[in-house]
Structure formats: C-alpha cells, structure tokens
Design a protein around this ligand. Structure first.
Ligand code: AMP
Ligand code: MG
Length: 359
C-alpha cells in the first residue's frame, strides 16, 4: 500500500483551535479520511455522501465490505436527509440521548450511498457528545460516515497514539483530542423492529433505555449465544472476532479469591511453558494476586472494581498494552453485567473469542 502523508492536529478539547478543526474538515470535504475524537472512541471519518471517500475508510482499516458505518451529524435536522422516515419514538430518543453514545438504526433514504450501509435498507445515525467532534462535524457541513479508527479486528482507539499506531501513513489526518471519556463504542439500537432491539451494548445502558422504552430486547449475539444456537448477529460488525490483542486471551470467572487462586495456577503453568503471561484485573484483584509466585510478566489494572465506568474507559488501552509488552497469553477477570458492565463483558468475551475458565 502506498504511504500517504498523515497531517496531525493536537487540539485541546477545553479550548478547541477552530482554525485547525476547519483545516481538518476541509481535508474531509475534499474527499479525504480524517480520524477525530468522540466521547466513545476515535472515529475514522469521510464525507458520508461521497462513495469514493467512504471507500477509503474500508481500505485504510482493512474492513470487510459487509460491515456498515455510522453516519455522524452535528444537528438533529440532518437526519431528515438520511432517514426515509423518522418514527416519533426516534425523535424522542434523539431528544433524550443526543448528543451522546446512542446510535439509532432507521430506514435509509436514497441519499445514503450503499457502501455506507453495506447494501442494507437501514442506516445507523448518531450525534456524538464531544466538543471537538461536534465542531468538526459542523465545519464538515456533510454527514460524516465513520467507524472506529483502528485497523479492523484491533481494539478501538481511545487516545490519538492508538490511531497513529494503526493508521499513520494510511489516512489523511488525525485530530488528537486526548483520551476519550466513555472508552467503549456507542450502543446500537434498532428502532425498525418492535420492540426495539439493542444490537450492540455501549455507552447508553439497557437500564436507561428500558426506563424510556419499557420493553427493549438484547440481541442474543451480545452474550455470544449465536455461537451456541447458530444465530447470526443483526449488527454485521458483531460477528467478527474483534477487540483482540495478538495474545491469546482467557476470561477467568468466579468469586474473587477463587479467581486469584486460579490465576496463580494458570500463571505457574504457562510460565513453566516459557510463555509471557499477563493479567488484566481490578485494583482489588491485583491486591489478591500480588503475593503469588511466580509473578506474571505484566499486570494491566482497570481501576477499582466498583467503578465500571472507569473499567470501561481503560479496557481498550489495557488490551492494546498486551501487545506492547509482547505477551503470549493473558488472563482477564470478569465483571457484573449491569449498567456498562454488559458492554464491558461483550467486548471482553470477543477479545477472548469466548474462552472462559471457571475458577
Ligand atoms: P464501528 O463504528 O466500527 O463500531 O462500526 C459500526 C457498528 O454499527 C458495526 O457494528 C456495524 O455493524 C453497526 N451498524 C452500522 N450500520 C448498521 C445497520 N444499518 N444495521 C445494523 N448495524 C449497523
Ligand atoms: Mg469498530
């Protein structure tokens, strides 16, 4: 692949440099691909109405063509152009949750190129809650098609350096706005079925959606049930092995002290085989594991276990660090599946290709 020059803009989200944002938006308007921060993860954006520009996203990421993108907007009225019809429920969800980490699936209009939706009759739309993202989208003056700004299959980027590591030389520009706050992707909610279905858990929780919608269904693929039942997930992106470091990841499930004992046994066994071993855990689990002999080669801590928001925001960096420390095998603890815990466990299961060890 030919290397292209990647422009780099470091922008302070508290006092965004509008000249730089304008420059980056200009690159996008001319058909370029630009990575930008959102509150969830970094997105890789292109003019969503220009199929040639959108094709560059798929090429840079190595993304399969059957995995559709999300259209990002700065104003709710832009959805009139993208959706064939906006049910009253969709209006209500936009009012309550936008800007924010909720993507809505709506019937697509003819304006949306097929490459964006991978040929589906529906379109995914979102308004991100990040000052730089909103300023950038406003300056772009077009809906911006964007998936996460990582190489396909790798953990999504939560800092600008992650984007550079995966895509420098392959994209036209990176807008670096520091660490993203949520750290996991948006919740994808399909409003074309009744009751609405969560196709991907994310920043907006099942509990928050239930409060507004009453009935809402979790796609069985989210808990990996399609592997058992032969079901195909309805968000095409959910079927790919994903979010994975190069190391082989295993989840270790059970009561904390049992998990710590199991980790000890696993570390001993794999170190004896000459492997480089890592552990991904909370601060409390680190405390339980600290006395074990031999010690693993590396720990990635995700903060205190009671703060699932913090765990979510640190998860992708932790998974990426497994590569930085050249680990061969990684053992990660599990988390309760409430609130953002549903999204954390969904990503962990995928990173581990559903390998779970019971402690
Ligand atoms: P990414 O932004 O990289 O997380 O990718 C966007 C996610 O949204 C992928 O999981 C897609 O499969 C999903 N998605 C986008 N458009 C649609 C759609 N029309 N129907 C269902 N899922 C979609
Ligand atoms: Mg992605």
């Amino acid at each position: 692949m030919i290397t292209i020059r990647t422009r780099y803009y470091r922008i302070d989200p508290k006092v965004p440099n509008l000249t730089h944002i304008q420059e980056a938006a200009e690159i996008l308007r001319k058909g370029g691909v630009v990575a930008f921060p959102t509150e969830t993860v970094y997105g890789l954006g292109a003019d969503g109405l220009n199929p040639e520009a959108v094709a560059k996203i798929f090429k840079a990421k190595g993304r399969p063509a059957d995995n559709p993108l999300i259209m990002h907007v700065a104003q709710q009225k832009e959805i009139d152009l993208l959706a064939r019809e906006i049910p009253p429920l969709a209006e209500r969800m936009m009012e309550l949750f936008w800007p924010g980490p909720l993507t809505l699936i709506l019937p697509k209009s003819r304006c949306v190129p097929d490459i964006v939706t991978a040929g589906l009759d529906t379109v995914a739309v979102r308004m991100p809650a990040h000052p730089i993202a909103l300023a950038f989208l406003k300056a772009a003056r077009v809906p911006v098609a964007a998936p996460s700004a990582n190489l396909s299959g790798r953990p999504s980027p939560t800092i600008g350096t992650h984007v550079l590591k995966d895509l420098a030389g392959k994209i036209d520009a990176v807008v670096d706005g520091g660490k993203t706050s949520v750290g996991l992707e948006s919740t994808v909610l399909d409003l074309t079925s009744d009751p609405p279905v969560i196709l991907r858990p994310g920043g907006v929780t099942l509990e928050q959606l239930q409060e507004v919608l009453g009935q809402v269904v979790l796609d069985p693929a989210i808990r990996g049930e399609y592997l058992i039942d032969g079901l195909v997930p309805r968000a095409p992106g959910m079927k790919y092995a994903h979010y994975a470091p190069r190391a082989k990841v295993f989840l270790v499930e059970g009561e904390p002290w049992q998990v710590a004992l199991k980790m000890k046994e696993l570390v001993e066994q794999h170190k004896a085989e000459g492997k480089r071993v890592g552990i991904i855990c909370t601060e409390e689990m680190l405390f339980l594991c600290r006395e074990m002999v031999p010690q693993p080669d590396h720990y990635e801590t995700l903060g205190p276990g009671e703060d699932l928001g913090e765990v979510a925001s640190r998860l992708y960096s932790a998974l990426r660090n497994c590569d930085r420390y050249h680990l061969d095998v990684v053992f990660a603890q599990t988390f309760p599946e409430n609130g953002i815990g549903v999204a954390i466990m969904n990503r962990l299961r995928k990173a581990a290709s559903h390998r779970v060890i019971k402690a």
